[in-house]
Design a protein. Structure first.
Length: 277
């Protein structure tokens, strides 16, 4: 690996805008610039920037944002050898005022999450996507040191790791990985068209949220509570818990869980209205 600072210049293909990527020595000593430039979240970020600049040019707006360069600050490499996180600053100015804009960016890429509602087979039959008092939501409980919370409850989720396209299949695999529960991709209902941004002021992460309503037996339901799960060799120490759907808004402060709850509530209302009509 290189121990020298280096710079590359990129011409974005659609807008033809030029942007410089500066890589200090302390970053290139961890991962070479050529490898960093292949990091899928950075590729996506530059592609999105290209599209935004192109749209800005087409609009002929008087107020524009001009990008000069990005300066890499840190890179984290997972045990597998793949880049996991990238942090950089941007040099961007709003014109015609020529004022600098804040631009600290943390790249980690997209993720999927599954809002899994379990209904016992003994429950009364109701229209698909309806509410019942004894409906439960599957939550994972694990340490989240960034908060820090040593036992945060949240719906099962996982990073895309550069995958794109078939988000529902990725969501189904992540659900099985984190909970041991098998759901087929075609059983999932997508709650978001393009995903949601939890923290767009500093992070590129977007979440594709899915939901699934599944009937199981009473005995199966009881076996889920307290089950240990997760990839422990990769530092995942997960315990499963069940929360009543009607009480979920008071059970967690996790954004993706609360967002999925609100979107599910809206979907249910629309489906019930259609069913009644």
């Amino acid at each position: 690996m290189s121990n020298n600072a280096c710079t590359s210049k990129r011409v974005l293909p659609v807008s033809q805008a030029e942007i410089e990527i500066e890589c200090p020595a302390h970053v290139s000593s961890i991962a070479p610039l050529a490898e960093i430039e292949r990091f899928p979240p950075l590729v996506d970020w530059l592609s999105n920037l290209d599209r935004q600049i192109s749209m800005q040019k087409a609009s002929s707006a008087k107020e524009t944002i001009v990008f000069d360069r990005i300066t890499l600050q840190s890179v984290d490499v997972f045990g597998s050898g793949k880049i996991g996180f990238l942090k950089f600053t941007t040099s961007a100015r709003r014109m015609p005022e020529n004022k600098s804009l804040p631009g600290v960016v943390f790249l980690r890429g997209g993720a999927v999450a599954v809002f899994l509602i379990l209904r016992t087979s003994s429950a009364a039959a109701k229209p698909v996507l309806s509410f019942q008092d004894n409906d439960h939501v599957v939550l994972t409980v694990q340490p989240r040191l960034a908060v820090p919370d040593l036992s945060l409850s949240e719906i099962p989720a996982g990073m895309l790791d550069g995958q794109s396209g078939e988000f529902s299949g990725t969501a189904a695999r992540e659900l099985e990985e984190e909970t041991g529960l098998v759901i087929h991709a075609d059983e999932l209902v997508e709650l978001t068209d393009r995903g949601v941004y939890p923290s767009p002021g500093a992070c590129d992460e977007f979440l594709r949220l899915f939901a699934c309503e599944k009937r199981i037996s009473e005995s199966e339901l009881q076996k889920i509570e307290g089950r240990l799960s997760g990839l422990r060799d990769e530092g995942e120490f997960i315990t499963l818990r069940l929360a009543r759907l009607k009480d979920l808004c008071r059970e967690t402060s996790d954004m993706k869980t609360l967002a999925a709850l609100c979107l599910w509530d809206r979907l249910v209302s629309e489906r019930i209205a259609t069913y009644v009509e």
